[in-house]
Design a protein around this ligand. Structure first.
Ligand code: ADP
Ligand code: ZN
Ligand code: ZN
Length: 718
C-alpha cells in the first residue's frame, strides 16, 4: 500500500497519512485533495512511503492527486521545512502561507503582446465589404493606416475582439508577436556605484551578503538595476523585495524600461489570484526572469536564482506579524545561501543587525556617500524647539512660515506625522523626565490598571508616580498624542493650497495614485504618516516638516530610536532630490537629543554605532537572540496565567538562556483580545532553537483552552 504523508493547513505540528496507490516518489511536492474528518482540503505531499503508524483500516484514500502542476522543487520544500523549524510553526501552516491561493491547476498563459497587420486578402476584402458592417470596416481601415497593437484594437469597441479573431482566422489580418520596445539606457555609474557593482558581480557565483548602504538619492536603485542586468545576461533569475505594495509600480516601470525583453512577475497581496498563480508557475518553470514583490514573494520557486535584492532592508514590513511570523529579509538571505549566489541588502539606514554584521565583516559593506543626480545635495535639517515656538494644532510658527514660502515659490512640502506604533510613555513636560525601566534601557508603559507602569521587555512593574520624581511637577502626561487636527489646521491656514493626505498602509493602490498625482505637480502639500516616507521620488518637494516625532525617542521598545531615525532620515530624504535644495524642519521638545543631533548631521554611522554600543551593554539584539511567547485571551489574567504555566512546563533553561517574566503586550487589547507575552533570550541561536523546539512540543501536546498562543522568533515589537 502506498502512503502519502500530507501537510494540511491546520495548527497541528504533524503530517497526515493517506492512501494513494498511484503515487510515486516523483509526486513529493504535489498537491492532493483529501478529507480531514468530513472537511475537504487541499494538502501537499511531503513524503511517499509504504509504511504508516496508523492501522490500515483507518487510513483513508486521497480524493485526487493533482498532477497537472509540476511538483514543487526540493529547494522549496527545504525552505518551508526550515521555516517550520526555525519559526516554531506547524509545517502545514507554513506550506499554505507560502503557496499562493488557488494554485491548483496550470494557470492559463498570459495574453501575448501581438501586432496586427492587414494582409493583401484583407485589403481586397475591405474594398468589397458592405457598408453595413461598420465595425468590421472601421477595424480594417484602422489597420490600413498602419499595423497596431492587438490590445489597442480590441479596446476600440465592444465586440471587436470577436470580429478580429474571425478576420485573423479568415486570413484578412496577420498577427505576429510584438517586438519588445527598445531598452532605456541608465546613467553612467559614478565611481562608488561602479565599485559596488563590481564587488557584487565578481561574487556572482558564491553566497555572500552585501549591504549597500548609501544616503537617500545616492543611486542605490541604479546599482541594483545594473546587477540585475548582469544576472539576466547570465540567464539567471532575480528576486527583488520591496517593503510596500505602493513601491512596486515605480520599480516595475524601471525594470520594464531597462529590461524590455525580460519577463517580470509582480507578486504581492494586491495582485489577483490568477495572475499570481501565473507568475508563480512561470517562475517555477524558469520562464520568469524577475520576481518583484513584497514579503510573500520570497517564497516563489526560482530554480535559476542568481541574485536576491532586499530594498529598504531595515523596514519592519518584511516581518510578517501574524501566523507564520517570518522575516522575508532573512529568508531572502536563506535562499541566496541555498542557491550559492549573492544577496544584496539595500538601505540608507540599515537595520542595526545588518549594520553590525557589516561592521564585523560578516556582510560586505558597500557605501554610496553622495547624491547621484546632478547637483542634488542632502537637505539641511533644523530643529524647532517647541518650548520656544509652541505648536498650535500641530503647527509651529517657523514651520508655518516655511510652508508659506514653498507655497509662494510653487514648490511642494511634505508634512510628516508619526503617530503609529508607539505606546503611551509617561513624561514630565517641565524637566523632560521619562518613565524608564530600572532593569532595561526602555521606557515603562502606562496602563489603565494598577500597578500602572510596566516594562514590556522584562516584566518589571511599578505604580504611576503622583509627581515627577526628578522635579516634583504634578503634570505628568503620556507622550505622543494629539495631531489629528493637523490637516484641518493646514487647510485653515492655507486656504488656497492643494493638500493631499496619505496615511493608510492598506490603501496602497490609492497611495500610488496620490503619489503619482503629487509627482505630476498636482499638489502643494502632502500630509501623512510613514507611507509618505518611503522611497518615492518627488522632484519638487523642497520642504519636509516633522511635527511630532518625540514619542519615538522614549519608548517601550528598544528598537524605537532605530526605527525613528530610519523613518526621519527617509522622510528627510524626500526633500531636495533633484536640482532644488531641500530643507527639513523637525518640531521637538528635545532638540538636544542625540538622535536629532545625529539626524541634523546626517550621521547614521555615528548614531548607529552609539545605539549598537547601548545594545551591547544592555544585552539586546544583535548581541543576543530573542523569541517571544505570546498568549491572547479575552481576559488578560488568563493570558498571563497561561504564560506562567507555560514557564512551569518549560524545559530547564540551562546555560546561556534567560526566560523573563510574563508582561502585557504593548497593544494589550487588540480586536477584543488581551495579549500578554514573555521573552526568551540567549547568546547562542542553537541553544535558543533547541529550547524552543522542546518547549513548543510540550505546549502543542497540551490543551490551551480559550487561550491562543504562538512563538515569535526574532520578534521586532513588544
Ligand atoms: P536611491 O535609491 O539611492 O535613493 P536612486 O537610485 O533612486 O537613489 O537615484 C536617485 C536619482 O539619481 C534618480 O533620479 C537616478 O536616476 C539618478 N542617478 C542615479 N545614478 C546616477 C548617476 N550615476 N548619474 C546621474 N544620475 C544618477
Ligand atoms: Zn520633571
Ligand atoms: Zn525592563
Amino acid at each position: 500500500m502506498t502512503i502519502v504523508r500530507v501537510a494540511l493547513d491546520v495548527p497541528l505540528p504533524r503530517l497526515f497519512d493517506y492512501r494513494c496507490d498511484e503515487a510515486t516518489a516523483a509526486d513529493v511536492g504535489r498537491q492532493v485533495r483529501v478529507r480531514l474528518g468530513a472537511r475537504p482540503m487541499t494538502g501537499l505531499v511531503l513524503e511517499v512511503t509504504e509504511h504508516s503508524e496508523l492501522p490500515a483500516e483507518r487510513i483513508r484514500a486521497v480524493d485526487a492527486l493533482l498532477r497537472e502542476l509540476p511538483p514543487l522543487p526540493p529547494q522549496w520544500l527545504e525552505t518551508v521545512r526550515f521555516c517550520s523549524e526555525y519559526y516554531q510553526r506547524p509545517i502545514g501552516e507554513v506550506v499554505f502561507t507560502a503557496l499562493p491561493p488557488r494554485l491548483r491547476r496550470a494557470p492559463p498563459a498570459a495574453p501575448q503582446r501581438r501586432i496586427l497587420a492587414l494582409t493583401s486578402t484583407g485589403l481586397a476584402a475591405l474594398e468589397s465589404i458592405s457598408p453595413r458592417h461598420k465595425l468590421r470596416r472601421g477595424l480594417l481601415e484602422a489597420l490600413r493606416e498602419h499595423p497596431r497593437v492587438q490590445s489597442e484594437m480590441t479596446r476600440m469597441a465592444a465586440g471587436a475582439r470577436k470580429i478580429l479573431a474571425a478576420m485573423i482566422e479568415a486570413g484578412w489580418i496577420e498577427a505576429r508577436a510584438a517586438p519588445p520596445p527598445p531598452a532605456v539606457a541608465g546613467p553612467a555609474p559614478n565611481e562608488e556605484q561602479r565599485t559596488a557593482c563590481e564587488a557584487v558581480a565578481a561574487a556572482h557565483a558564491v553566497f555572500q551578503v552585501f549591504l549597500l548602504y548609501g544616503i537617500t538619492g545616492s543611486g542605490k536603485t541604479e546599482v541594483y538595476l545594473r546587477l540585475i542586468d548582469d544576472a539576466l545576461a547570465r540567464g539567471r533569475q532575480v528576486l527583488v523585495l520591496a517593503p510596500e505594495i505602493a513601491l512596486t509600480p515605480a520599480l516595475e516601470a524601471a525594470f520594464r524600461a531597462r529590461f524590455p525583453a525580460a519577463r517580470i512577475a509582480v507578486l504581492h497581496s494586491g495582485v489577483g489570484g490568477a495572475e499570481r498563480a501565473r507568475g508563480w508557475a512561470g517562475a517555477q518553470a524558469g520562464q520568469v526572469d524577475i520576481v518583484l514583490g513584497t514579503r510573500l514573494a520570497v517564497f516563489t520557486p526560482l530554480p535559476k536564482l542568481g541574485l536576491a535584492v532586499v530594498d529598504e532592508e531595515q523596514d519592519a514590513s518584511f516581518k510578517q506579524r501574524e501566523g507564520l511570523r517570518y522575516s522575508a529579509r532573512d529568508l531572502a538571505i536563506f535562499r541566496a545561501r541555498q542557491a550559492g549566489v549573492p544577496a544584496l541588502l539595500v538601505s540608507a539606514t540599515p537595520s542595526l543587525e545588518s549594520f553590525h554584521h557589516a561592521l564585523s565583516g560578516r556582510y560586505r559593506l558597500l557605501r554610496l556617500s553622495r547624491r547621484a543626480h546632478g547637483q542634488a545635495r542632502l537637505p539641511s535639517v533644523h530643529l524647532v524647539d517647541t518650548r520656544e515656538h509652541p505648536a498650535r494644532d500641530g503647527l509651529s510658527e517657523p514651520l508655518a512660515r516655511a510652508l508659506a514660502l514653498r507655497l509662494s515659490r510653487k514648490e511642494q512640502s511634505l508634512v510628516f506625522l508619526n503617530r503609529r506604533g508607539f505606546a503611551p510613555v509617561l513624561a514630565c513636560n517641565y524637566c523632560g523626565w521619562v518613565s524608564g525601566c530600572p532593569r532595561c534601557s526602555v521606557c515603562l508603559v502606562v496602563h489603565q490598571r494598577s500597578p500602572g507602569l510596566r516594562c514590556h521587555h522584562c516584566g518589571h512593574a511599578e505604580p504611576v508616580p503622583r509627581a515627577c520624581p526628578q522635579c516634583g511637577n504634578l503634570d505628568l502626561v503620556p507622550l505622543g498624542r494629539g495631531t489629528q487636527r493637523l490637516e484641518a489646521s493646514l487647510a485653515e491656514r492655507f486656504p488656497g493650497a492643494r493638500i493631499v493626505r496619505i496615511d493608510s498602509d492598506s490603501a496602497s493602490r490609492r497611495v500610488s495614485h496620490l503619489i503619482g498625482q503629487a509627482a505630476a505637480g498636482e499638489a502643494d502639500m502632502l500630509v501623512g504618516t510613514q507611507m509618505l516616507a518611503k522611497g518615492h521620488h518627488l522632484e519638487r518637494v523642497t520642504l519636509v516638516g516633522v511635527v511630532n516625532a518625540d514619542a519615538g525617542l522614549f519608548a517601550a521598545d528598544y528598537r524605537a530610536p532605530e526605527r525613528l531615525f530610519a523613518q526621519l532620515e527617509q522622510v528627510a530624504g524626500r526633500a531636495g532630490r533633484a536640482d532644488l535644495p531641500g530643507e527639513v524642519l523637525i518640531q521637538t521638545r528635545f532638540p538636544t537629543h542625540p538622535l536629532y543631533r545625529a539626524l541634523a548631521a546626517h550621521d547614521f554611522d555615528g548614531y548607529a554605532r552609539q545605539l549598537l554600543a547601548e545594545r551591547r551593554s544592555a544585552g539586546f539584539p544583535p548581541f543576543v537572540h530573542e523569541a517571544a511567547l505570546r498568549a491572547e485571551c479575552t481576559q488578560l489574567a488568563d493570558a498571563l496565567e497561561f504564560l506562567r504555566q507555560a514557564v512551569a512546563l518549560a524545559p530547564a533553561p540551562g546555560e546561556g538562556l534567560t526566560v523573563f517574566e510574563p508582561a502585557p503586550a504593548t497593544l494589550t487589547r487588540l480586536a477584543g483580545l488581551e495579549r500578554a507575552q514573555l521573552l526568551v533570550q540567549s547568546h547562542s541561536r542553537p541553544v535558543l532553537q533547541r529550547f524552543l523546539r522542546a518547549w513548543s512540543a510540550t505546549l502543542y501536546a497540551r490543551r490551551a483552552g480559550a487561550v491562543r498562543w504562538h512563538f515569535d522568533v526574532d520578534p521586532i515589537e513588544f
